[in-house]
Design a protein. Structure first.
Lengths: 325, 448
């Protein structure tokens, strides 16, 4: 995420860039010329953006508004009629045991998968950044799981974790141990899904971190090395701070992705026992066995608000600690 | 006027859009007062001509896609003016229900005939998603009296017939004859769970299998098979609409199940499908649907025995629940499509076709006049399942009629059987949940 250096008309270019910026001109002439251009640009902007904005409005914001309305109904999915209940669905959610359980599961899942993907991704990126044979193959191998179908990945890993005849159980039996009940024990189910999710997504973090590492200014790193800074010191004091734009970008994207994780949870734990995050609970309530569409809509609104708050907080506070140059 | 599409604005939009994308966009309901199900009325089909083409949604229970196709071909030969499109609408009863409910909400893309399981059809009735078929039964002269009474009566409510039985099943006790012989046990299913508890240590010692018995997978239909344990000890999930899962008898039954896993250590709990675990030799015995019979016989590399469901200390017989699926006609399609669907429904459930379906899957023949001679010659084990029908019992309302109850029962069973949770406390918690579902989601919709 390299920021673009821009200069407004009538200002000088920063000397450090060495670029030559347009000379400032008398304001009235300039304003007239820019007005014409602005109008033309605005028409072009509308022509290009309007279709997309319309699509977003129809397929994203209209459902969002509809959903907020549905969250005020006691509506059984499939039923042609519903009763308006105001905020009752929200009250039911926040006063039930579901809220604590689902929010806790969401927090644990998100923290573990974001943390796990980013830390392991960074470690792998550091390994891949070294100039040794086979790194090209290793990069492809690390990234491959990210592009695989979540359904396929879930099914394969289910076989690996199966306590009866799974690969892991077979290995454990070989050393005289019983396999844990990965699928039946809700706590272990969550651990299982987190492991698979991190495995599938760390390649994405690794590749983005690798790109970040390779764009670090080598002259500065070499200077630090000449000054006697060891590799750990260079990593902590120079690479990590310089990687902060990459880290910030990954933090936002992986967090949004984790909060919306669905396919692996659906395939590996269809009942959501122990793994019911906010989005999966919304799915289960509406499209699972319960058919409580209104209640599900209320949970979706809660998820939406949480995503919005997290994103705003990240932009307001964490971005301030990012070094862009 | 300036637009600054910078990173900050983009990420804000992305955050908002991401949350919004998680939200469903379905057709909305009417919010006019009165959510109670309307009194069912006979639909007049006189003068209606059957549609030229209908969709039949199936999940192909018991791997029945081939036999379904062959029955459809025979239907096309008999009724060349009606084309039946077989649609795979899910991999199991829950997926097909999900697709059907979603089509209902979207008010489009509905099938003319749909597979509906024992725990779903009542919801469709409450939501007025299916029609009563009484007038069609009369007009097409469908021989209801020839259906097995216990199976056809499952779909009667408010004086109307709402579906006909199709892939109907009961649980069966499956056992590994070789293991039983090695342990010196008689070649039969145990009469009671107490008897099996006496056999289990010998079985475990002699067979080399990991478990003497494998409890069915909880994510499957734990609430269904556990009725056997409950009924045997005089307990139940419910009596009528009264939730009784926390009664002393129910708690004792589930405590015995927990003891088989933890205290006595002769039973395991399947992670995915107990029929597969059993066929793979992981356990010497298990419970599974009759619909698993053909699959087990094909994949097991040992002699498979089947028997009635074991009784308990209080009830020795009448402890086997019915289950499986029926076929219903949606209310949201045209009368022409409904009539054509009823004609196909009649054809699907004719004696020779139910016999063919049974032979291919192991599900019960739904007609008493179905000639099963050839089927039984090929798969004699089906006879046990057919005989057991005489001692089956209608499922508890709580399991069959409360939306989501089956999942709540599965979660409670998981707590008891895989986390050694306190049985009494778990059942008390389940009772509160089930009562909440009844009060909020069912009671307001029941007619007085």
């Amino acid at each position: 995420m390299t920021p673009q250096l821009t200069a407004k008309p009538g200002t000088s270019a920063p000397a450090a860039t060495g670029r030559t910026m347009p000379q400032s001109r008398p304001v009235p002439q300039n304003r007239k010329r820019w007005s014409t251009r602005s109008l033309r640009d605005f028409v072009v902007f509308l022509a290009l953006a309007l279709p997309n904005l319309l699509l977003i409005a129809v397929f994203t914001y209209l459902p969002l508004i509809n959903n907020i309305y549905y969250s005020t109904l006691n509506w059984t999915l499939g039923s042609a009629s519903a009763a308006v209940v105001g905020l009752e669905n929200y009250v039911t959610f926040f006063t039930s045991a579901d809220a604590g359980r689902v929010l806790r599961t969401t927090a644990v899942f998100t923290a573990a998968t974001v943390g796990g993907s980013m830390v392991l991704g960074l470690l792998i990126a550091l390994a891949l950044n070294s100039k040794v044979r086979g790194t090209t193959f290793a990069r492809s191998a690390v990234f491959a799981p990210y592009v695989l179908s979540g359904v396929g990945v879930g099914l394969v890993w289910l076989f690996i974790f199966d306590p009866g005849y799974g690969v892991l159980a077979w290995i454990l039996r070989g050393v005289g141990q019983q396999s844990p009940q990965w699928i039946n024990d809700p706590q272990l189910s969550l651990v299982m899904v987190i492991i698979v999710y991190v495995w599938k997504n760390l390649g994405y973090c690794a590749v983005v971190f690798l790109a970040g590492l390779q764009s670090l200014p080598q002259d500065v790193m070499e200077a630090a090395s000449l000054d006697g800074a060891g590799s750990f010191r260079r990593f902590v004091s120079m690479s990590l701070p310089l990687l902060s734009p990459t880290t910030f970008f990954l933090l936002i994207t992986t967090m949004l992705s984790s909060l919306q994780a669905f396919d692996l949870i659906r395939i590996m734990t269809p009942l959501g026992a122990g793994t019911s995050t906010l989005i999966y609970e919304a799915y289960l309530q509406a499209f699972g066995a319960y058919n409580r569409a209104g209640y599900s809509a209320a949970i979706s609104v809660v998820l939406f608000v949480i995503l919005l708050v997290i994103t705003v907080l990240q932009l307001r506070f964490i971005e301030k600690k990012v070094h862009y140059s | 006027m300036t637009f600054t599409l910078d990173r900050r604005f983009f990420l804000t939009l992305a955050g908002a859009g991401a949350g919004a994308a998680a939200l469903a966009a379905c057709g909305g309901p009417s919010t006019t007062p009165g959510a109670t199900a309307a009194a069912p009325a006979d639909i007049d089909f006189s003068g209606v001509k059957p549609a030229a083409s209908i969709d039949f949604w199936s999940n192909h229970p018991g791997k029945s896609q081939d036999v379904e196709k062959s029955i459809i071909e025979k239907f096309h030969a008999k009724y060349p003016d009606i084309k039946v499109n077989l649609v795979t609408a899910g991999a199991n009863y829950e997926e097909i229900a999900q697709k059907f409910q979603t089509a209902q909400a979207a008010k489009s893309g509905l099938p003319s005939l749909v597979v509906l399981s024992d725990v779903w059809w009542f919801r469709y009735y409450l939501n007025e998603s299916i029609i009563p078929i009484d007038s069609l039964v009369k007009q097409l002269d469908i021989k209801l009296a020839d259906f097995r009474t216990s199976l056809v009566d499952d779909y009667k409510y408010a004086g109307k017939q709402w579906a006909l039985p199709y892939g109907r099943s009961t649980p069966l006790f499956y056992y590994n004859k070789d293991h039983f012989a090695a342990a010196g046990l008689p070649d039969r299913a145990p009469a009671t769970w107490q008897e099996f508890a006496g056999w289990a240590p010998k079985l475990k010692a002699a067979s080399g299998a990991q478990y003497a018995f494998m409890h069915p997978a909880l994510a499957g239909y734990a609430g269904w098979t556990l009725q056997n344990n409950l009924w045997g000890e005089g307990g139940s999930w419910s009596k009528g609409w009264d939730i009784t899962c926390d009664s002393a008898e129910s708690v004792a039954a589930l405590q015995a199940a927990q003891d088989s896993v933890y205290k006595d250590s002769w039973a395991g709990v399947s992670s995915k499908e107990s029929a597969d675990d059993f066929a793979a030799g992981l356990a010497s015995a298990t419970l599974s649907s009759t619909g698993s019979l053909i699959g087990i016989l094909k994949s097991a590399k040992f002699n498979v025995g089947v028997g009635f469901m074991p009784g308990g200390s209080k009830e020795k017989t009448g402890v086997c629940p019915t289950g499986g699926a029926g076929l219903g006609i949606p209310s949201g399609v045209t009368k022409e499509e409904q009539l054509a669907a009823a004609m196909f429904l009649q054809f699907m459930t004719e004696p020779e076709n139910t016999a063919a379906f049974s032979a291919a899957t192991g599900y019960m023949p739904t007609r008493t006049s179905a000639d099963m001679t050839a089927v039984l010659a090929q798969t004699p084990q089906i006879k046990i399942a057919m005989d057991q029908l005489a001692v089956t019992k209608v499922q508890d309302n709580a399991r069959a009629f409360l939306p989501g109850a089956d999942q709540e029962m599965a979660k409670a069973a998981a707590k008891i059987l895989t986390q050694e949770g306190d049985v009494k406390a778990t059942m008390a918690e389940l009772k509160a949940t089930l009562q909440g579902i009844y009060t909020k989601d069912v009671k307001p919709k029941l007619k007085a």
